[in-house]
Design a protein around this ligand. Structure first.
Ligand code: AHM
Ligand code: MG
Length: 324
């Protein structure tokens, strides 16, 4: 059985991936193992509950949001290849080794509302290359297609690492020796689906094409789609994307008429881009309903974006409804 480090170094050699990039991924993964251990202990390590602080986006932080953010920044500051980081939980980017090669962007703890109720949560990360000049915010504002790697760690019944360099999707499971062992399955998202994920409680705020789309799914066999659909909503994007990678589906977090979600809820740089990169590498599609997510040139670090991703034909169908 190969260790994570030996598997990744073989993979890097076969696929011509730079060893500096591999070292950055290993550092992120070490941090995630530390976060996983804290998650497993829950109340026993005092990590549940509110931190009593808010982030720049006006969201209340949980203790684990703050801790996971701290663990990632601390580990990454020891990696000399990382120029800087941007985090959902930091107001501004953090400069580490200004003239170095890589930028790491992350949502340290995705699915915060699920922490205290022991439902799957995760860490999402994205890696960009940077030219050798002094670090500025503009270096982080690259379109998602420029990512050199992206991944997430799902802290569920198992801790699972999902990683992509853009060509395919790799999956690993954390064993009892704190090592991520490669999974056997090939990850591929079927083009069609009969399962969707959306927060239905926001229905009255959606735009008419989204109302029309979901109405069609709910009509099932009797409606124009002529098949029944199942629905899931975990409220952790990591868990939703993971389900889609394993058994297919479509995930939607559209914009709506509320002030806080008029541009969508999910963050382009920390959530939409890395997840879209992974979904596309698995044969799926990701759209903001105005364009492919990976083509969007970000305007600011904490930018929000509508997200529709998963089965390519289903995403096309939703896009078409929005073009009429
Ligand atoms: P978070 O990063 O602050 O936890 O928020 C992002 C989460 C996603 O994981 C999930 O898809 C969505 O927000 C859930 O939103 P809602 O609570 O509106 O259902
Ligand atoms: Mg999140």
């Amino acid at each position: 059985m190969k260790t994570f480090v030996s598997y990744l170094s073989d993979y890097a050699q076969k696929n011509n991936i730079s060893l500096s990039l591999i070292s950055v991924i290993e550092t992120i993964v070490e941090a995630c193992i530390e976060i996983s251990n804290q998650v497993r202990l829950g109340d026993l390590s005092g990590i549940l509950g509110e931190a009593g602080t808010g982030n720049i986006q006006g969201e209340q932080q949980k203790k684990l949001d703050v801790l996971a953010n701290h663990i990632l920044i601390e580990q990454l500051s020891n990696n000399k290849k990382v120029a800087g980081i941007a985090s959902e939980e930091e107001d501004n980017f953090v400069c580490l080794n200004s003239e170095q090669e890589y930028l790491v962007l992350f949502d340290p703890l995705d699915g915060s509302s699920n922490i205290d109720v022991n439902i799957s949560i995760g860490t999402i990360f994205s890696i960009l290359r940077k030219s050798g000049e002094k670090l500025e915010e503009k270096h982080f504002l690259q379109a998602g297609k420029e990512q050199v790697a992206a991944g997430y760690v799902l802290y569920g019944p198992q801790s699972i690492l999902v990683l992509s360099f853009g060509q395919e999707v790799l999956m690993f499971t954390l064993n009892d020796k704190q090592d991520f062992i490669p999974n056997t399955q090939v990850v591929s998202i079927p083009n069609q689906t009969q399962e969707f994920a959306i927060n239905m409680s926001n229905q009255r705020y959606w735009e008419p094409p989204m109302q029309q789309y979901i109405h069609g799914l709910l009509q099932g066999k009797e409606g124009e789609r002529q098949k029944d659909y199942n629905m899931r909503w975990v409220a952790s994007m990591v868990a939703e994307v993971h389900r889609i990678l394993i058994r297919g589906g479509i995930f939607l977090y559209p914009k709506d008429s509320r002030e806080t979600t008029q541009n969508g809820k999910l963050r382009l740089l920390y959530e939409a881009n890395p997840m879209s990169f992974i979904v596309q590498a698995a044969g799926g599609k990701a759209s903001s309903l105005a364009s492919d997510i990976l083509d969007i040139k970000p305007q600011k670090l904490h930018q929000r974006i509508p997200v529709v991703l998963g089965a390519s034909e289903e995403v096309d169908f939703v896009e078409q409804l929005h073009m009429n």
